[in-house]
Write a protein that binds this ligand. Sequence first.
Ligand SMILES: Cc1ncc(COP(=O)(O)O)c(C=O)c1O
Length: 460
Amino acid sequence: MLHQVSVEREGTEAPGATAAASREPSILDYYRRDDPDLFAKCRAFSSEAVQGMRERGLWERLYRVTVIGGLDHRIRVFNPVRGREEEMVCFDSNSYLGLHRHPRVLEAAAAAMAEVGYGTPSAQVLCGTNRHLRELEEAICRFHGREAAMVFPTGYGANVGTLTALLRRDDLAARDRFCHASIHDGIKAAGTRHGFVYPHRDLAALDAWLSRPRDPRQGAMVATDGVFSMHGDLADLPGLVAVARRRGARLLVDEAHSTGIVGPHGRGLEDHFGLPGSIDVLVGTCSKALGTTGGYVCAPREVVEYLRFFAHAGLFTAAPPAHLCAGLVAAFRVLEEEPWHREALWRNVRAFVPALERAGLVVSGAGSPIVTVFVGSTRLLWAWSRRLFDAGVKCGTVAYPAVPPDEAILRLAVNARHTPEDLGRAVEVLGELAAEFGVAGKTPAEIGAIGDTLPGEVLQ
Ligand SMILES: Cc1ncc(COP(=O)(O)O)c(C=O)c1O
């Protein structure tokens, strides 16, 4: 169905959405249903959408797969269709460098767990600030070259907490149309009345919106992903910095998918573009290259001190457990001291993208480990997803509203631990599908048309 449910909910619908929704029902149709019983939409969703996915064999394959053992370049799953355990090549892990299995990380986490216990159930401003959390803040500051950082239990919370704390109702908030749901939700939860969703990477539109006369009491924020989580392309940091400075706005960049990966030292977009310290509010997640859960915000000291008391998602919640912080401190050290994980990742990305292109697929660039294959219509997406699962290839299926209507994609997250055989298997299966469905060598428009005319049987 989709990867990110809440990217586009109210008021930010992608152009053309209505036309597409009339062909293929979208998840938004359920959310928007009017009924005095709050559970009515749930009943409809369960009996129509979920049941429909069950009947097409998609529900268990796509959304309820039981993974047995660890998440890695290969996984063991229980295949409900065949009723047995099977191995699959996996492109759903965001642990791009495999640090969730790194011995230094595991040792550090185990030692802290033995020392402190398995939780730190107290808010940070009460007794949740143990020495491992302090060391993690220091590691984050060192890595990003910042003076202060605050840790949150999740990256989602880091965005929502920061945006709700900084933005007031009368402030201006602009965000890229493709940015992560947590940025969308943060701006929405802040109740900002002056929001603007600019077309993807369209800095002229952003600049024009910010240039409108405004009350001198209104603050302004521009928020974006650094590497876009669904498409894997990069934000234009130099352009964003220029617009934000020219228009007196603060710039928030979510470095979830670039930390540890992008730039000569893996320090993210600032490293890639040679613009150290240019992001006003740098958000990070620990759930990608760092290999676990958690999020953080780097900002000037006074901003971080303010966030400690105003970012509810970090204040009114328990601190991340000490062993997780200790593991993360080790993970940051690995990022700094063991560049070969990053090198292995980029070798994989640079081999995988051209191989997919040679197989006739429309593939995103090789600028990040998030590699996407254009599928266009949701009909083709469902048909291919099922076939990929049955062939032992597990990857993301992304449809509207996570992407614009008729721009469905397969999302394959490459990691450093993928072997040439893993990558070759995905290319082989996708190449076969492209040939069988007549998609090989076609343009996105032609692929879309093929998907729209697929007979119903392919979905049965
Ligand atoms: C760009 C981006 N920001 C934030 C998040 C949320 O991070 P977390 O999983 O740590 O809550 C994600 C996760 O998918 C993401 O892709």
